[in-house]
Design a protein around this ligand. Structure first.
Ligand code: NAP
Length: 242
């Protein structure tokens, strides 16, 4: 049984990933920011899937909280280190750049990009020591192609793609893989305010995706079966590439 940390595991894609990784026999560490009830519900669903779970509540945008909460967890669990890390927690705060408050730029970059750096830096040493690790970063179509109204979000996701490709080369010799999954439009709370009908014309599959359809790919990249894939970005977008 491997320890798998999933950030933003309380809802949406993160929850689906927790359940999928539990079904493959992993112990799931569910991170979330504030939604205790939804996090508990994910833990229940993990147990229903035959797995075990624990909650680890901290704000991924807060460097000090990462150091304190995750740092302490790692210190207290030296005998069972994190072998799978899914950097999934993310937010969007859309606006045209000319109208974008500095705080929306900063919030999105702290949550979506800085979290990758500080969390991965803590989880990496034991992976390097054990010569096994799977790091999967949930990015976005927006970071691959750029989307108007999402300069902050596109920048954060594109930066994580660049960091993934660089880190993959640094750690490959130690059996640690680093990959991205880039969803298109997926039905979660994040896309609640987006009208599916309006986008159906441009999506070749004529529908939004399900969180499960993303989780399936994350679980593959987190498994031993993906051993020769690293520095890769797998798009899960119903054919919406441009
Ligand atoms: P969601 O339904 O809004 O869920 C977001 C999750 O992230 C929740 O579990 C939330 O925790 C957690 N979270 C947010 N900010 C956090 C913070 N500062 N610290 C800790 N946890 C935090 O989002 P989603 O649609 O599942 O998105 C998951 C990932 O997929 C994100 O990185 C997003 O950018 C990416 N993505 C989504 C889509 C899409 O169409 N949905 C498309 C492309 C990429 P709480 O429950 O405590 O708030």
């Amino acid at each position: 049984m491997k320890n798998a940390l999933v950030t933003g595991g309380s809802r949406g894609i993160g929850r689906a990933v927790c359940i999928k990784l539990a079904a493959s026999g992993n112990h799931i560490i569910i991170n979330y920011r504030s939604n205790d009830a939804e996090a508990e519900k994910t833990a229940e669903l993990v147990k229903e899937a035959g797995g075990t779970a624990e909650l680890l509540k901290f704000d991924v945008a807060d460097k000090a909280a990462i150091q304190t909460v995750l740092g302490t967890w790692i210190e207290n669990n030296k005998d069972k280190p994190i072998e799978i890390l899914v950097n999934n927690a993310g937010i969007r705060k859309d606006n045209l750049m000319l109208m974008m408050p500095d705080s929306d730029w900063e919030d999105v970059l702290h949550t979506n990009l800085d979290s990758f750096f500080y969390i991965t830096k803590l989880a990496l040493p034991s992976m390097m020591f054990k010569k096994f690790g799977r790091i999967v970063n949930v990015v976005s179509l927006s970071g691959v192609k750029g989307m108007a109204g999402q300069v902050n979000y596109s920048a954060s996701k594109a930066a994580v793609i660049g960091a993934t490709k660089a880190l993959a080369q640094e750690v490959a010799r130690r059996g640690v893989t680093v990959n991205c999954v880039a969803p298109g439009f997926i039905k979660t709370d994040m896309t609640d305010d987006i009208n599916e009908g309006q986008f159906q014309q441009v999506i070749p599959m004529k529908r939004f995706g399900e969180a499960d359809e993303v989780a399936e790919v994350v679980a593959f990249l987190a498994s031993k079966a993906s051993s020769y894939i690293t520095g890769e970005v797998i798009n899960v977008n119903g054919g919406l590439h441009t």
